[in-house]
Structures are given as structure tokens and as C-alpha cells.
Design a protein around this ligand. Structure first.
Ligand SMILES: N[C@@H](CCC(=O)N[C@@H](CS)C(=O)NCC(=O)O)C(=O)O
Length: 315
């Protein structure tokens, strides 16, 4: 069994804004990585064979370690590849807090604008899948409401875009100064999404010249060096490797989680998603990692961020 020499694999598809966040993060670190293209709609059997059920995009794989959610991916990249850092100023803590807003309320707002503005043009299966994921069980009414509320939703995104435009008005290249930071990727993917997928996006964004200059700077970072990989080869990578994660015990864990406990993990929202079952390996303030055995593949460790995820004891 090999350990520590595996390539970075990103399970993603080109149109995914959250994948774009991670692709830019690879670019900031100048990394080489392999891209596995996954379906845009569930079911995604080759992906869930690795994740144990998690179906969102993107997922990073390194050997038999599977990192779900861009928060978890960015943290792991910083740990494995500390230079150049994602935190070029001494504000890492504050930036993590800010990213909870970019990834949470601001992401939800952009999704509502994009889905709401597409209206009847959304393919039925796509509307149903994304509607349920982001708008809950009553998603059809949610889509209609978003369509009706578009001017209001636009006003809600205009205010923060204007703040960012102001932040960039001293001609700095990136949000925190000369060096790109994780927060650039965490903010950029939403602007990229609005520009590319909302019919009024380009016109709307033209109000913010400094933001548009910054967008070009972030776009110029690129995605690092990418080569394609097949889903079959990614599964072979998981088979060939043992998970890297070692057990971590946190005596202050508020839920009393300990290595060895059987749990199920899922995003802490009602998206109708399949939870992931496994045995706790790490449960600390940032991370919940579970070990699972996948038939014909072997031991896999699936990592999730603690913030934004719900962990329950398995019955
Ligand atoms: N909190 C997650 C959000 C991921 C997410 O919602 N991604 C979208 C794509 S941009 C998704 O999974 N859509 C459904 C799918 O791809 O199946 C993260 O930061 O990675």
C-alpha cells in the first residue's frame, strides 16, 4: 500500500461554481491535479462509491482520502501545501468566518437569482434536482417565488458587490492586497456564476469597474495544471491506497464524539440528500472524518467540515 504519494483528483464538472472556487484555489497554489468529470445530476454511482452517498460538487480525492465540501478541500490544501499560503495577511480566522457567509447566505442568494431568472427555461429534471437541493421540499413554489422576487434578490446582492468594489478601489490586485487569498476564490466563484448563468449578469456587474478588474486578475490565476482522469482510474487509486488520516480525540467535543463511534454525517440543511455512514476517525472543531469500507475498493476515509454539517449517532 502506498501512502502520501497520490495525486490530487477533483471530481467536478465545468459548469459548477463551487468547483470553480476550488479550481482557482489550485491555481493560487500552482498545483497539478487530475480532473474526473462527474454527472451534473444524481445518481452519480462512481462518485458515491467513494463518498458513501455525498453527491455534491466538487469532491477532492487523494488516494483513499475523500474530501467533501470546498471548505474542507481548501483547509486540506493549506495543510498539505502551505506555500504560497491562502492567508497572506494575519487574518485567517476572520477570513474563515467571512467564508461562512460567502458559502452560505451569499451562495444561496446567487442560486436563487440564477434559478429564479431561468424560470421555465430550466430543464425539468434539473429544476427538480436543484430545486429540492436548495429550496427544500416545497421547491416548485420556491422557484416561482424567486422568479417574482428577482428585483429584490438583485438588490440584496448589489449591496455586497458594491462593498467589494469599494474594497478594490485603491487599485489592489486582490481582495487582501498584492497576493491572492482563499477569500478571492471564495468570492470570485459567485461573481463567475452570476456573470455566466444569469442573463442580466454582465450588465449588472458592469456597474462595478474595480470588481471587474479584480475578476480579470483572479481569472488570470488560472487553474494550475490539469489533466483528465477517468472515474474508473480514480476508483483504482482509492483501491491502491490506504487512508492517510490518523485518529484524533478531542476531549472537549460538544457531542462527545470519539474515534470508533458509528455515525452518520450530512449537510445541515434539508436538501433531501443521502447521509454518509461510517466510524469516527477525527472529530474536532473543524473536521469530521469517518472511515468506511466500500465493497471491492477497501478502506476509505471521508472528510467533511464540522461547520455546516450535522453528525448523528447511528442507531
Ligand atoms: N457547501 C458545498 C456546496 C456544494 C454545492 O452545492 N455544489 C453544487 C454545484 S456548484 C452542487 O453540488 N450541485 C448539485 C450537484 O452537483 O449534484 C461546498 O462548499 O462544496
Amino acid at each position: 500500500m502506498i501512502q502520501g504519494t497520490s495525486e490530487i483528483i477533483l471530481h467536478n464538472y465545468p459548469q459548477s461554481p463551487v468547483a470553480e472556487k476550488v479550481r482557482i484555489a489550485f491555481g493560487i497554489k500552482g498545483l497539478s491535479w487530475r480532473s474526473v468529470e462527474i454527472p451534473r445530476l444524481a445518481p452519480k454511482p462512481m462518485l458515491t462509491k467513494l463518498t458513501g452517498g455525498y453527491r455534491r460538487t466538487p469532491v477532492m480525492q487523494i488516494g483513499a482520502d475523500i474530501y467533501c465540501d470546498s471548505q474542507c478541500i481548501i483547509r486540506e490544501l493549506e495543510r498539505r501545501y502551505p506555500s504560497p499560503t491562502f492567508f497572506p495577511t494575519s487574518d485567517a480566522g476572520l477570513m474563515w468566518c467571512l467564508s461562512r457567509w460567502t458559502d452560505g447566505p451569499l451562495f444561496d442568494l446567487t442560486v436563487k437569482i440564477v434559478l429564479g431568472s431561468a424560470g421555465d427555461e430550466l430543464p425539468k429534471d434539473f429544476a427538480e434536482d436543484r430545486g429540492r437541493l436548495y429550496l427544500g421540499p416545497d421547491w416548485a413554489a420556491g422557484l416561482e417565488a424567486a422568479n417574482v422576487a428577482l428585483p429584490h434578490l438583485a438588490s440584496q446582492v448589489r449591496a455586497p458587490l458594491n462593498w467589494l468594489n469599494e474594497q478594490l478601489s485603491d487599485d489592489r490586485e486582490f481582495l487582501l492586497g498584492h497576493a491572492p487569498a482563499a477569500i478571492d476564490a471564495q468570492m470570485y466563484h459567485l461573481v463567475w456564476f452570476l456573470r455566466g448563468r444569469w442573463d442580466h449578469g454582465p450588465e449588472f456587474l458592469s456597474e462595478f469597474p474595480h470588481l471587474e478588474r479584480w475578476e480579470k486578475n483572479v481569472n488570470n490565476i488560472g487553474h494550475g495544471t490539469v489533466t483528465e482522469m477517468s472515474p474508473e482510474d480514480a476508483i483504482i487509486e482509492a483501491q491502491k491506497n490506504e487512508p492517510f488520516a490518523r485518529q484524533v480525540m478531542d476531549a472537549r467535543d460538544p457531542q462527545g464524539l470519539r474515534p470508533g463511534m458509528r455515525v452518520i454525517v450530512r449537510p445541515d440543511v434539508d436538501g433531501g440528500e443521502q447521509p454518509v455512514a461510517g466510524e469516527v476517525v477525527v472529530a474536532d472543531s473543524d473536521l469530521i472524518s469517518v472511515r468506511r469500507i466500500e465493497p471491492n475498493v477497501g478502506n476509505i476515509c471521508v472528510h467533511f467540515p464540522r461547520a455546516g454539517y450535522r453528525v448523528d449517532l447511528a442507531d
